[in-house]
Design a protein around this ligand. Structure first.
Ligand SMILES: [Zn+2]
Length: 118
């Protein structure tokens, strides 16, 4: 769980979205997924991706889409999503438009599309 939390937090920070509101959304997601994985230990491989999706949902309803793709020049602003959809194993961020893998979950700050506008 700590690893899941750290990876999602790293990606929030990579896009300067780690404000108190987003961090509390993250804490809530981690808490509910912790309960979930206690009921179903085999689900552990999905937790990091699911926590990221939970945080995405909360932010979408409030501050907006996170994380936005910074790799496509042509397309209008569009988000990345977690692949596989189930949240794991080995969750990665995929561009919704191009379908290409942008970064592993937790590695957005090291991805090739670093440095664009936030
Ligand atoms: Zn894109």
């Amino acid at each position: 769980m700590l690893e899941s939390r750290a990876r999602v937090l790293a990606d929030l920070e990579a896009r300067r979205m780690a404000d108190p509101y987003a961090v509390s959304a993250l804490e809530d997601a981690v808490a509910s997924r912790r309960w979930w994985v206690e009921q179903w230990p085999e689900g552990a491989q999905y937790v990091a991706g699911l926590v990221a999706q939970d945080v995405q949902d909360v932010l979408l309803d409030t501050v907006g889409r996170w994380p936005l793709c910074q790799g496509c020049d042509e397309a209008p602003a569009h988000p990345l999503h977690i692949s596989p959809e189930l949240g794991g194993p080995d969750p990665v961020w995929v561009c919704e438009e191009s379908g290409s893998v942008v970064a592993r979950l937790g590695d957005l700050s090291r991805s090739a599309d670093r440095g664009g506008p936030v």
